[in-house]
Design a protein around this ligand. Structure first.
Ligand SMILES: [Zn+2]
Length: 279
């Protein structure tokens, strides 16, 4: 599933080919993904110039010169594919395409159709039902240790679950939460309201660093954020604990007291952690 750093790199890839460009042709090839496509989407896109992009959580907002924003969510399996010309054959599961005046072809491919596309006014982006109530962006200065402590105040859920709550902080997925808690030495089982003071001051920078490192890795491993097959974004990761149950713990490989990376289930999701160092 594309997480915040993937969404950020997909957006940067779109930016390289679409920002400042005019869309000459757009096509929607089915009525819906997770929700119906806006009925007038193709008409609104055709002829519009792309003014710029914004990411909010795991959503991409593509702003058009007419005052519309296209809200894109990649869902579980959504991908953006870029090619310098219209492909000879139709790509499977390519449900929406856009073409620029330079001839670039941008396709939204989504086999499982959990993605979504909506059309909203740029001046009312944050009022959209999917964006309203979203917590601060984790990479913004507004997401500070003090702000996190305040948001967690009174929360008796485990910190792991609280960080996945999009109302507390936007766009964090399971793998990044596991990694940041490990790096901050905080137990995923710790009650959220106790993550204050020094713990919050350790956790917030590790959340930011985990995301920033992934975004940087995506940017450096791809040319203009595009893979050789034309796919946008970055999906390779070197996790310290995520998916590593039973492997030696990176913090305490020679400690008999550490039995290696453990996996537990919290709110139906796997959590990976070191019970010795994460308290
Ligand atoms: Zn350990």
């Amino acid at each position: 599933m594309p997480e915040l750093p993937e969404v950020e790199t997909v957006m940067q890839g779109l930016r390289t080919r679409l920002e400042g460009r005019r869309i000459t042709h757009a096509e929607v090839r089915r009525a819906d993904l997770r929700w119906p496509f806006p009925p007038n989407l193709a008409q609104r896109l055709a002829g519009a110039r792309v003014n710029g992009f914004r990411r909010r959580g795991k959503y991409i907002l593509m702003r058009l010169d007419g005052g519309d924003s296209v809200l894109i969510h990649l869902g579980m399996s959504g991908r953006m594919i870029l090619s310098p010309a219209r492909p000879n054959a139709v790509t499977a599961h390519e449900h929406m395409v856009m073409e620029t005046e330079e001839g670039w072809h941008v396709g939204f491919v989504d086999p499982r159709r959990f993605g979504s596309v909506d059309l909203i006014r740029t001046d009312a982006e944050d009022a959209h039902k999917l964006l309203t109530g979203m917590g601060p962006e984790p990479l913004d200065a507004a997401f500070s240790p003090e702000a996190l402590s305040a948001a967690l105040s009174g929360k008796r859920t485990p910190i792991k679950a609280a960080l996945l709550d999009q109302g507390i902080v936007a766009g964090l997925g399971n793998s990044y939460v596991c990694e940041a808690l490990f790096r901050a030495g905080i137990s995923p089982r710790r009650l959220a309201h106790t993550v204050t003071g020094a713990r919050a001051r350790r956790l917030v920078p590790e959340i930011k660093a985990t995301l920033r490192e992934a975004i940087a890795a995506g940017g450096s491993s791809l040319r203009d954020y595009v893979q050789t097959n034309g796919e946008l974004g970055y999906f390779q990761h070197a996790w310290k604990v995520y998916g590593r149950e039973g492997e030696p713990c990176p913090t305490c490989p020679d400690q008999p007291a550490c039995a290696g990376i453990q996996r537990i289930t919290q709110s139906g999701r796997s959590t990976f952690f070191c019970p010795r160092t994460q308290r």
